[in-house]
Structures are given as structure tokens and as C-alpha cells.
Ligand binder design. Sequence first.
Ligand code: NAD
Length: 286
Amino acid sequence: MSARIIDGKAIAAARRERLAAEVATLGFRPGLAVILVGDDPASSVYVRNKQKAAVKAGFAGGTERLPAETSEAALLARIAALNADPEVDGILVQLPLPAHIRTQAVIEAIDPAKDVDGFHPINVGRLVTGQPSLVACTPKGVMTLLAEAGVPVPGARAIVLGRSTIVGRPVAALLTLADATVTLAHSRTRDLAAECRRAEIVIAAVGRPELVRGDWIAPGAAVIDVGINRRPDGTLTGDVAFGEASAHAGWITPVPGGVGPMTIATLLENTLSAARARRGKGARAA
Ligand code: NAD
């Protein structure tokens, strides 16, 4: 069997185009404020890509680049100002933050209604209890890929590899809410390969290059590879050995070009839905 490739780049591009058309009918521009503290090169690239996508979709707002030595109090004061700004619908503070700033304090300072990254405990709690919420972009993007590819989720046996608060745990919650039977595996899981072989849906979010081998994949399974790992030669690879796994899987996402592009598309979708919710009925006027 040779797997169908789930083209995240094309799916994300189509969704962004639809979103831009919708924004053009709103009568206002949703505002996304991005804050980058310090000059971590990877974070700078992520922030630039998010900003570019936001502008292309017709959003207002911009990126504030703050020096690495910015105090926690100064950052919290900026967030408070953005919380109070009626033109700002979404606030994203790029992680990781410098070590002298408490990440959780920053996450919890963001107004949950503007928390387009979906990391605030209010949004996480709403997600887990099945209430409408702003859902973290990468996990929500994973669910969108499954839906767009037509992977049957209700009743399916799914395994999530990795239990981080930003990817693994919310993906497990979303799959549970979508009626999958979910195993959440992690670094202490015994015989990961055997656990994987039982699954009809495999979500890999570990951060170990090509950990998941072809013979871990049940025939016809859907494989979503969240991992982004840099090889010594500078190229990127996922958590799944793509060539081997493709020979077994029914569907598979490539790295790059799978989950990554969905994260940005979902950020824009979250910002638009935050704008609609916050600005009320008028926001729907065409
Ligand atoms: P993390 O380091 O916070 O968590 C990794 C998880 O993997 C942990 O729960 C750990 O228990 C588990 N783990 C580690 N070794 C394991 C092993 N040998 N077997 C099973 N489980 C193991 O990582 P994260 O932030 O969740 O990110 C995971 C990967 O996803 C990284 O490669 C990251 O770059 C990537 N990522 C991609 C996107 C995207 O937009 N595509 C977004 C976020 C993260």
C-alpha cells in the first residue's frame, strides 16, 4: 500500500484564501498583536511568517519586538494595554520567553477572549470540558487535516505520542471529544511500537527525528507528523520515518508541508473567531 499524502500546505493555503475573502466582507479588520521578546532566530522566523500571513489575510496589527532584557513587569504592562485596546482581537506572545520571565504568568495575563494561541487555563479548561473555546493552533490544525483528508475519527483507535501542554495533551482532548478511543503515550510508555501498531490514527509530537518506524504503522492507518527536527545537514525531518511509514499508512503528512502550515492558518481562524465573538453581532455584517 502507498499512503495518500495529506498536503497541509495546499489545505492551509485554501483555508487562508477563504478566510481573506471573509475578512474582506466584515467591514472592519481583525487585529492581531504579536509580541517577540529577544532575538531567538527560530522565533523570529515564526513571528515573521505569522505576521506576513496576517497582513495577507487583511488583518490589522503588527509585531512588537522587545529586547531580551525586557522585565516581566514591562511585558505584563504591554499585555494589559493590549487587553484594553478595542482594536486588538488576538494577542500572541511568541514562546519561548527569556528565562527571567515566568511563561505561565504571561500566558495567564492575556485576556482569555484574546488568547488566540489557546494556552490560557480558561481556554484549556473549556476545551477539556467540551465548551466553545479558543483551541491551541497546532492541535486544532491536526484535527482540520484529519477532517479535510476524510479520515474517519469516531470510534477509531488513536494514539498520540507526546504529552506536552501545547501539542500532545490538547490533541488527545480533541480526539476524545471527536469520539476516538485515545491512548496518550510519552517517554515512559512501555513498548511504544506495539502501542502504535494497534492504532488507526497516529499523531506523533515527540521531537525525535524519525522515531516512528514503518513497521510501527498498522496497514491503512492515518499518520499525522507534528515533529519538526533539523538534520545535521540543515534539512528538516519529522518524528516519523516518512518513506517507510508511507508503505504501510493509508494517509500521511509530510515534513515540511504537513502540520506546520496549518498552525498559521489556524492562528488566523482563531483571530477571526475571537474578533467575531468580541465585536458581537455587527461583526457579521457583510
Ligand atoms: P515537548 O518536548 O514539549 O514534548 C515532547 C513529548 O514527547 C513529551 O511529552 C515526552 O514525554 C515525549 N517523548 C519524548 N521522548 C519520547 C520517546 N522516546 N517516546 C515517546 N514519547 C517521548 O515537545 P512539543 O513542544 O510537544 O513538540 C513536539 C514536536 O512537535 C517538536 O518536534 C516540535 O518542534 C514540533 N512542533 C511542531 C509544531 C508545528 O507547527 N508543526 C508546533 C509545535 C511543536
